[in-house]
Ligand binder design. Sequence first.
Ligand code: NAD
Length: 256
Amino acid sequence: MTEIAVTGAAGRMGREVLAAAADRDDITVAFAVNRSSVAEPISGVAVDSSDDFAALLADYEPAVVVDFTAPDSTIDYANACAEAGVAFVTGTTGFEPSQPAALHAASESTAVLKASNFSRGVAALRLAVQEATAALPDADIELTETHHNAKRDAPSGTAKTLLDDIEGVRDDLNDRVHGREGEAPRDDDEIGVHARRAGDIAGEHEVLLGGSNETLSLTHRAGDRSIFAEGALDAADWLAGREPGWYDFFEVIESA
Ligand code: NAD
């Protein structure tokens, strides 16, 4: 049984994590926090304010913190976990380029696993995209992601991960063009990136590879957020008790 704490517990993902944890017999929730406390328990768990997070870690001694919040708070929670020697799983996205260094620094003192997407289908999509990119070295590549209307960051963290994967295979592609307007002919070194926001869509990512007389489209659609919560809890269970260091969701998948 892995004892976890949940941050951002009243957010969309925090609620999913608490609901998924309640249904699992390998995970128990030691405590849950939100920026401000919440009157009613969520999935049977009381949600405190995170004002004295370090004290809560010291009192409850969870094995792992599972975090889906926002970049600044994720770094604060990671630092508190590093101080307390508590493993840290985060799915937060939208970091400024300078920010992940702080998470890497925390991983010198505790185990840290960060993933822009905790879906196993997206992990499979990443592998398929890398293979297709290598197999079609002349293709024009365009990426489109679609999310709910309250998503803060664009393009999504998953889109950025897919772009990194594509650029890792095709070093001739080094210009991410975010949408097009007016006279905007395509250059050979571009990857077009398109972010749509509508309704309550949990997350869709399409990578389109266009060549002469043929196109290949690779698409993942999340049915609901529970897949991300289950993946994050799998990661927490796997990370508990590991040495300080930086870990990857592929390691969790490969261990199963
Ligand atoms: P949300 O806005 O519904 O919830 C965010 C929670 O974080 C809220 O409870 C909010 O109170 C809390 N929070 C925000 N700023 C805070 C601060 N400064 N201090 C303390 N708490 C703070 O968002 P969401 O839809 O649950 O998404 C959260 C994050 O997870 C986003 O970055 C999103 O992109 C990401 N996400 C990742 C995955 C994945 O698989 N990795 C899946 C879905 C969402």
